[in-house]
Ligand binder design. Structure first.
Ligand code: SAH
Length: 451
C-alpha cells in the first residue's frame, strides 16, 4: 500500500477518538475519520505505517444505515464534534462499546456489568463553557476552535453545542477589537492583545461570566466593551480580565481582575448552590452532571454514619451533594482556588460536616491514613490520566467498603480497575453517562467494592 492509493474499504469499528476503522484483505487496519460503521467507501491513503494506515473518504459508495445529515459547516474541520454524521443511537452504542473494549482489552476484566449509556436529552447547546482562541484576519479578529491536534484556528460560527448568548459575546468583542484597532495574540510572534475569550454560563440562575484572557493586564477602552456587553446581555453578572503573558499552551494565567460585577457566578446542581470562578473546574454539561452525581450517590448508598472521602474534589460538587447523607466529608483538591470555592460552597449550602484539604491526592490520602482516618466510602474523580498507582495502594490500605470511581477516560479507568482487582476490590458495575454528545468523550461511574 502506498500514499495516494485509492482502496475500497468497509468500516467495521470505531477508535476511542471516534475515527472509523476498516481492515484490508491482508489485515492492515485503515483509520478513516468521519466515517461510520457499515460505510462502504473509496478511501485515499494518506500515510502508511507497518501494520496500519490513515486515509480519508474519497467517495461514499454505500452509506452506513446510521448516517444522518450533518448540520454544522465546521464539522470535520474543528476539533470538537466527531459524531454529527451518525444517529444518536449509534453514538451511544459506540460509546458503550468503547467502555466494553477498554475494560476487556486494557483492564483484562471479564464479566463486568456495563450499563446502557445514560442519554443526553439535549443534543444542542448543552455546554455551559467555551474557551475560544482568536486570530487576526483580513476581516479583523476572528474567533474559532483549534483543529484536532493543532493550533490552527477554525472559525466556529454558531457552534451548536454552546448557548446562543455566546455568539452575542463573540460578535460584540469582535466589533470592539476591530473598532479600537486592537489585535488577537499571535502565538508565533508573542504579539497582540486578546488570547482567548472565555465564557461561562450558569444555566439554573441564568448568570453569565465573560472572561478576557489577555497578553497584558487589560484592553484599551475596556469600559466601552463592558457597556456594550451589559446593554445586550442583561444576564451578564461578571466580567473578568485574566492576564497571561507567558509563551505557553495553557489558556489562563493566574491573575484575575474583576472589571465588572462579581468575581464569580452561581449555578445550582442537585439542589445545591455552587460558585464558579474562572479557574475552578465545573462540569460543562450541568443537566447530565446532575445525573452523573445522582448515579454516584446511589452507588455510595450512604446511611448517615459514614466518613466520605472525595479525592480530586474540585469545588466540592460531588461530595457536597452527598454531605447530608454522611457523618463527615473530607475533600481533597490540588488547586488552591478550587479548595477555597469548595469551602465557600459548603458554607452557602449550610453544610458544616465538611472539610477540604489542598494537596496532591496521593500525599493527602497517605497523611489521612497515618492520622488514622478510615473512610467508609471513597470517591475518586481524577483527570484523564487516571490515578497514580500509589493512590490505589493507599486507598486499599484504608480499606473502605466502597470506592466510587468517576472517570472521563475509559482506558485509564480500565487500567486502574485492574489494579483495584489485584487489591481485592471487585468491580460491580459501570454506568457510562453521555455528558459530551457529538464528541468522542464519555464519562463513567464505576462502583468498586471490597471483596
Ligand atoms: N470532582 C470534581 C472535579 C473533577 S475534575 C467535579 O466533579 O466537579 C478533576 C480535579 O482533580 C480537578 O479539579 C483538578 O484540579 C484536580 N486534580 C488534578 N490532579 C490532582 C492531584 N494530583 N491531586 C488532587 N487533585 C488533583
Amino acid at each position: 500500500m502506498n500514499k495516494n492509493d485509492i482502496i475500497s474499504l468497509t468500516i467495521t469499528s470505531m477508535t476511542a477518538q471516534g475515527s472509523g476503522v476498516g481492515k484490508t484483505a491482508d489485515g492492515m487496519a485503515v483509520f478513516v475519520p468521519f466515517s461510520a460503521i457499515g460505510d462502504i467507501l473509496e478511501v485515499r491513503i494518506l500515510k502508511v505505517k507497518k501494520t496500519y494506515a490513515y486515509g480519508k473518504i474519497e467517495k461514499i459508495i454505500t452509506p452506513s444505515k446510521s448516517r444522518i445529515e450533518t448540520d454544522c459547516p465546521a464539522f470535520g474541520k474543528c476539533g470538537g464534534c466527531v459524531y454529527r454524521h451518525i444517529s444518536y443511537n449509534s453514538e451511544k452504542e459506540i460509546k458503550r462499546q468503547r467502555v466494553v473494549d477498554a475494560v476487556e482489552r486494557v483492564g483484562g476484566l471479564k464479566g463486568v456489568k456495563i450499563n446502557e449509556v445514560v442519554a443526553n436529552e439535549r443534543l444542542y447547546r448543552y455546554r455551559n463553557k467555551a474557551q475560544l482562541p482568536c486570530r487576526n484576519t483580513e476581516n479583523g479578529v476572528e474567533f474559532g476552535f483549534y483543529a484536532s491536534h493543532s493550533h490552527r484556528i477554525i472559525p466556529c460560527g454558531d457552534c451548536l453545542l454552546q448557548p446562543e448568548s455566546f455568539n452575542t459575546v463573540m460578535n460584540i468583542t469582535k466589533n470592539f477589537m476591530d473598532k479600537t484597532a486592537q489585535t488577537a495574540y499571535d502565538e508565533r510572534t508573542g504579539k497582540g492583545k486578546l488570547r482567548h475569550l472565555y465564557i461561562r454560563y450558569a444555566e439554573m440562575t441564568g448568570e453569565l461570566m465573560v472572561c478576557f484572557v489577555v497578553n497584558g493586564n487589560g484592553l484599551k477602552r475596556e469600559d466601552e466593551l463592558i457597556n456594550e456587553l451589559k446593554k445586550n446581555l442583561p444576564e451578564l453578572k461578571s466580567v473578568i480580565f485574566n492576564s497571561n503573558k507567558e509563551k505557553t499552551n495553557v489558556i489562563t494565567g493566574l491573575k484575575n481582575r474583576t472589571a465588572y460585577g462579581s468575581d464569580y457566578i452561581t449555578d445550582i446542581l442537585c439542589g445545591k448552590k455552587f460558585k464558579l470562578s474562572p479557574l475552578s473546574f465545573y462540569q460543562v454539561n450541568r443537566a447530565q452532571a446532575e445525573k452523573l452525581y445522582t448515579i454516584a450517590k446511589n452507588c455510595a448508598d450512604l446511611k448517615g454514619g459514614e466518613v466520605l472521602l472525595d479525592l480530586y474534589c474540585g469545588t466540592g460538587t460531588i461530595g457536597l451533594t452527598m454531605a447530608e447523607s454522611c457523618r463527615e466529608l473530607i475533600g481533597v483538591e490540588i488547586i488552591e482556588d478550587a479548595v477555597k470555592d469548595a469551602e465557600g460552597n459548603a458554607k452557602i449550602n449550610g453544610i458544616n460536616n465538611a472539610r477540604f484539604i489542598c494537596s496532591d491526592a496521593d500525599s493527602a490520602a497517605k497523611k489521612l491514613k497515618n492520622e488514622g482516618v478510615m473512610p467508609d466510602v471513597i470517591i475518586v474523580d481524577p483527570p484523564r490520566k487516571g490515578l497514580e498507582s500509589g493512590v490505589i495502594d493507599t486507598i486499599a490500605e484504608m480499606s473502605p467498603e466502597k470506592v466510587v470511581y468517576i472517570s472521563c477516560a475509559p482506558e485509564t479507568l480500565a487500567r486502574d480497575l485492574k489494579l483495584f482487582n489485584e487489591k481485592n476490590y471487585s468491580v460491580k458495575e459501570i454506568t457510562p453517562v453521555d455528558l459530551f454528545s457529538r464528541t468522542a468523550h464519555v464519562e463513567n461511574v464505576c462502583l468498586i467494592t471490597k471483596v
